[in-house]
Design a protein around this ligand. Structure first.
Ligand SMILES: Nc1ncnc2c1ncn2[C@@H]1O[C@H](COP(=O)(O)OP(=O)(O)OP(=O)(O)O)[C@@H](O)[C@H]1O
Length: 599
């Protein structure tokens, strides 16, 4: 790598420093938890145990709510399910009594299955309706626990499972639950810092861009529903033991709200924040006794305060790094020469072919019988007046819209219409007319998302931070940093993307698309909002990308840029081709001049 890329030793040092800063608060909380027994009484063992158990559930739920952005509000259902499954199996109400740890493991499996059942509606339902469906499930579980008397004891309840020595004392059990909580923290942090965690926040904040990079929402969500369901049910088993006796009344709606609000006050996309949120919400009603009776009111007020005063939650308060002011006179200075060193794959030799592509929206013919070829290494300009069908053409190529007629192919191979997540696998990347970046993620993370499909580790390997996952992370980090150097943004790598200027977001999108080492790159008005100097630098960058063999389809209103760098230009008007040819031909084309370029 050239100067734009950090040397391996430097980037390793930086990585270790970053890990140290991230781990320190968790170690401090763990140390405080370990010494609690030496400085307090059994009453605090109970509160500490409860906080640890709640966190076991919230840590998994956090991936659904805080990372993927799905409002799973009725998660008390899975706590109930886990509590009853463990208690019933240990009591031997349906089969010979089981060892409590075996029962807990079975509860985890049952929770994982039902986690997916509860979560499946999220694949189709929008946020509000999904929240309602999880609440519905909570009601169903509570009703079954009440009605199935022979197994659950109905309204009378059932004895919670008892753990063997040394976990049968208040502090023994406390340490057991702290261990569960610590392991859950480690597992969820591993997911959060892997390509899976980044994919989740990409789905949450920039779903269309996530699909364009090949991220499959159903697969991601099913993985976290399984995981979060298992953790919630295990938390249920631990909770039942802490309660010593459970009835359906023990699983109130307030508990669901507590879990949910702990994540909201903690902050989206954070682990430390929701953990502190869980601890605060567990402890506060205990230390301020009157609050216990007012818990619903208290939660509602807290929710209002968060929404109005600190929408980023505790995590945003603790994010000191992003409080530092950024230099206001920043210049984007790409280094296209370094591009060749970032690319490992050789460019494909197939032509992207559109034949007779037609698409209407109601009575509007957005594109009409469009033929277009983009050859490898070619810069193909697509221009035309507003509403002439340029963006629609990009959307059809990238699979967001299904053409009513015609075909799109790579060489002789037809591309399946309407499946945007497959385009990245075919080597087609894109940027958007309005940049689609994840504001709450760092610039580096935004770029890394572009290489998601190159990761080799499975979800389980990411969960346990196994070597293949570590290799993925190293590869993606190094490549993203190198590409940030290419587009001239390496100094902003660790800054939150929502702090950047519009022009910088355009270059982030290009770096993200380049992570794929695409055969074809679709650029939707990349020069919009850029200064004259920036447009010149963009032109040099686009030329460098094409020299590597990537074919570019460039939608742009800056005629000078188009005529300066394109090999071929197609002009659309009302969805039809008005003219096609070299820039020199198009510049003097009479109809183009009168319909678009003007006198
Ligand atoms: N999702 C949609 N639903 C309904 N109509 C649409 C949709 N997308 C595009 N259109 C219509 O299709 C036509 C082509 O739109 P398109 O966005 O492709 O134009 P464009 O050439 O990219 O314009 P601009 O230069 O303003 O971005 C317009 O009449 C537009 O209103």
């Amino acid at each position: 790598m050239t100067a734009v890329t950090a040397t391996p030793a430097r980037s390793e040092n930086r990585a270790w420093r970053g890990i140290g800063v991230q781990i320190a608060p968790f170690l401090a909380i763990l140390a405080a938890a370990m010494i609690l027994p030496f400085v307090s009484n059994d009453y605090w063992a109970l509160i500490g145990t409860r906080a640890a158990i709640y966190w076991v559930l919230v840590s998994g739920l956090n991936l659904i709510v805080g990372f993927a952005g799905h409002l799973a509000i009725g998660y008390v259902a899975l706590l109930t399910l886990g509590a009853y499954t463990t208690s019933v199996l240990v009591a031997g109400n349906v089969m010979p009594p089981l060892d409590v740890f075996a029962a807990l493991a079975i509860a985890g499996v049952v929770g994982a299955v039902f986690g997916v059942v509860v979560g499946l509606p999220a694949l189709r339902l929008r946020t509000f309706y999904f929240a309602m469906s999880t609440l519905g499930f909570a009601t169903i579980v509570a009703q079954i626990a009440l009605a199935w008397q022979s197994v659950t004891g109905g309204g009378i309840g059932i004895v919670g499972p008892e753990f063997p020595a040394p976990f049968n004392t208040a502090w023994g059990y406390y340490y057991l639950c702290i261990t569960f909580a610590a392991v859950c923290t480690w597992l969820t942090a591993n997911v959060a810092h892997s390509r899976f965690g980044r994919a989740l926040i990409a789905i949450r904040d920039a779903e269309v861009a996530a699909e364009a990079t090949g991220i499959s929402k159903p697969r991601m969500l099913i993985a976290i529903f399984l995981f979060a369901g298992a953790l919630a049910a295990i938390a249920g088993g631990l909770f039942a033991s802490l309660q010593t006796y459970i009835t359906p009344d023990a699983f109130t709606f307030d508990l669901s709200v507590l879990f949910f609000i702990a994540i909201l006050i903690g902050g989206r996309g954070s682990i430390l924040g929701p953990m502190l949120g869980t601890i605060i919400l567990t402890i506060l009603p205990e230390v301020a006794a009157p609050l216990a009776a007012w818990s619903t009111f208290f939660y509602a007020v807290l929710l209002l305060v968060i929404v109005l005063v600190m929408p980023g939650g505790i995590a945003a308060l603790l994010d000191l790094r992003n409080r530092r002011p950024l230099a206001s006179n920043r210049a984007i200075v790409p280094r296209p020469a370094a591009l060749a060193e970032c690319f490992r794959k050789t460019a494909g030799d197939k032509t992207l072919k559109l034949r007779g592509v037609t698409l209407s929206f109601g009575n509007v013919r957005a594109i009409d019988n469009l033929d277009l070829d983009v050859k490898p290494g070619e810069i193909h300009g697509l221009i035309g007046p507003n509403g002439s069908g340029k963006t629609t053409t990009l959307n059809v190529i990238s699979g967001y819209y299904v053409a009513k007629g015609g075909t799109i192919g790579l060489g002789d191979r037809m591309l399946q219409p309407g499946v945007p997540t497959l385009r990245a696998h075919h080597g087609i990347a894109r940027t958007f007319q309005t940049p689609r970046v994840i504001g709450e993620a760092s610039v580096l993370q935004n770029v890394m998302i572009g290489g998601n499909i190159d990761g080799r580790a499975s979800f389980v390997e990411a969960l346990f931070a196994l070597p293949r996952n570590r290799r993925d992370e190293q590869m993606l980090t190094e490549k993203a940093r190198a590409l940030l150097g290419v587009v001239g943004l390496e100094a902003l790598a660790d800054v939150r993307a929502d702090r950047l200027q519009h022009s910088e977001l355009r270059f982030i999108e290009i770096a993200r698309a380049l992570m794929l080492e695409p055969d074809f790159l679709l650029l939707d008005e990349p020069a919009a909002g850029l200064s004259g100097d920036e447009i010149e630098r963009l032109a040099a960058l686009i030329r460098a990308i094409s020299r590597r063999g990537t074919g570019l389809l460039l939608v742009e209103h800056h005629a000078d840029l188009i005529f300066d760098i394109c090999d071929q230009v197609t002009v659309l008007n009302l969805g039809r081709i008005l003219a096609a040819g070299t820039p020199a031909e198009i510049r003097v084309h009479k109809e183009v001049v009168s319909a678009y370029l003007g006198g």
